[in-house]
Design a protein around this ligand. Structure first.
Ligand SMILES: C[S@@+](CC[C@H](N)C(=O)[O-])C[C@H]1O[C@@H](n2cnc3c(N)ncnc32)[C@H](O)[C@@H]1O
Length: 336
C-alpha cells in the first residue's frame, strides 16, 4: 500500500472530533452494539463457547457465569442460565440492554432450547467465531433430563422475575458496571466469557486480573477478541496506522473504542494475570499494509500479529505448583 493516509477513514476522525462537542458523546452512543438483539445470535454464541470449553470443564454448566460486555441484550448469559447455570452476572460499561428486550430474547431462547435447535452456522452468521466442526445440538453436553429441569416453567418464571431486578446484588441475573465488579465474590465463578469485547477495554490487564480473582479453581475463561479496525480505517488492520495524536482525536470522548493491542499482547496479559492458556485459535487475514508503514509504536508487530484478525481462547488457573511460573512470564504487551 503506497500511501498510508489512503487507508484513513475521515468520517471516523470527524466523529471523534464531534465527541468533544456538547451532546456529541450522546449522539455517537445512541447506536446499539448490534448482535445480541437477536436471540439466534445469542444462542449460537453461547453454544459455541459451551462446546469449545467442554474439554476443560466437568459436565454441563453450573454455578455462577460472568459475561463481560453483553451489549444490546443479556441474551448470551440467559442462554447460559437456560443450559443450567444457576446465576448470571453481566459486567458492562454501557447499559445498552433493557428489561423488555431481555424478556423478549428470553422467550425466543426458551423456544430454541426446547426444540434442541442446531447451532446457527456460518450461512446465518458468517462473521461469528469460533467456528465449530459440528453444528448439531450438543446432546452430549446438555442431556434431555438436564435440560428438562433447566427449562422448567417455574424456573423460567424465576429468570424472568430476576430480569426485572438486575440491580439487586443477590439477583439470579445481575447487571453491573465495571466499577461494581467487586460485588462478584472471589473464587466462585465457573465460567467467565466475552464475545468481541476485550479489544474495546481500556485496561485489559486489570480485567484479566479481575477474571482470575473471580474464577473458581476448576473454572474456565473463554474470550473471542476481534482485532479488526471496526470501520475506523479502510483497511481491516488500518487502525495500527494512525499515529497516537490522531488516534486520540478519533477516540475522542467516546465511552470506548479500540485498545489497539495485538493478539500476543492479550495472550501475555492473560498469562501475567496467572492463567494457563489451554486453547488458542487465531484467525488470519492477509495484510496489504507492511510493518514499516505502521505508526511508530506498532512497528515491532510480528508478521503473525499483523495478520491476526481474531482469536478464540480458553484459559484456566494452572495447578498451584506452576502458577508462579505463569505470573513471571515476560510481558511483551508493555511495548504497546
Ligand atoms: C462490540 S460490543 C459486543 C457486544 C456483545 N458481546 C456482542 O457479541 O454483540 C462491545 C461491548 O463491550 C462493552 N465494553 C466496553 N468496554 C468495557 C469494559 N471496560 N468493561 C465491560 N464491558 C465493556 C461495550 O459497552 C459493549 O457492550
Amino acid at each position: 500500500m503506497p500511501n498510508v493516509t489512503k487507508a484513513y477513514n475521515f468520517q471516523a476522525i470527524l466523529e471523534g472530533a464531534l465527541s468533544f462537542l456538547p451532546g456529541g458523546v450522546w449522539l455517537l452512543s445512541r447506536k446499539g452494539t448490534g448482535g445480541t438483539t437477536s436471540a439466534r445470535y445469542c444462542y449460537t454464541v453461547w453454544l459455541r463457547h459451551l462446546i469449545k470449553t467442554a474439554p476443560f470443564r466437568k459436565g454441563p454448566p453450573t454455578g455462577t457465569v460472568v459475561e463481560l460486555g453483553p451489549g444490546d441484550s443479556l441474551g448470551i448469559g440467559l442462554a447460559a442460565l437456560l443450559s443450567g447455570a444457576e446465576r448470571y452476572v453481566a459486567v458492562d460499561s454501557v447499559r445498552y440492554a433493557d428489561t423488555q428486550r431481555n424478556i423478549e430474547v428470553l422467550g425466543e431462547l426458551v423456544a430454541l432450547f426446547r426444540q434442541r435447535a442446531p447451532v446457527p452456522d456460518a450461512r446465518e452468521f458468517p462473521r461469528v467465531k469460533p467456528e465449530l466442526q459440528d453444528y448439531r445440538f450438543p446432546d452430549h453436553l446438555l442431556p434431555k433430563a438436564w435440560l428438562y429441569k433447566a427449562l422448567d416453567p417455574g424456573r423460567i418464571q424465576r429468570i424472568e422475575s430476576a430480569l426485572r431486578e438486575t440491580q439487586r446484588t443477590q439477583s439470579m441475573v445481575c447487571y453491573v458496571d465495571p466499577q461494581h465488579k467487586n460485588t462478584i465474590p472471589q473464587g466462585t465463578v465457573t465460567h467467565v466469557f466475552s464475545q468481541a469485547v476485550l479489544e474495546h477495554v481500556d485496561e485489559p490487564n486489570a480485567v484479566y486480573t479481575a477474571c482470575h480473582d473471580w474464577l473458581a479453581p476448576d473454572g474456565v475463561m473463554s474470550h473471542v477478541i476481534d482485532f479488526k479496525s471496526h470501520g475506523v480505517s479502510k483497511e481491516w488492520n488500518g487502525h495500527w496506522l494512525y499515529p497516537d495524536p490522531l488516534w486520540r482525536l478519533i477516540r475522542g470522548r467516546r465511552p470506548y473504542l479500540l485498545n489497539r493491542l495485538p493478539c500476543s499482547a492479550h495472550l501475555d496479559m492473560i498469562r501475567a494475570a496467572g492463567f494457563a492458556l489451554v486453547s488458542v485459535e487465531r484467525t488470519h487475514l492477509p495484510s496489504s499494509i507492511e510493518t514499516r508503514q505502521l505508526a511508530r509504536r506498532f512497528r515491532r508487530l510480528s508478521p503473525e500479529d499483523l495478520t491476526t484478525s481474531g482469536v478464540f481462547l480458553v484459559a484456566q488457573k494452572p495447578p498451584m505448583a506452576t502458577r508462579h511460573l505463569h505470573q513471571s512470564a515476560c510481558v511483551e504487551s508493555q511495548a504497546f
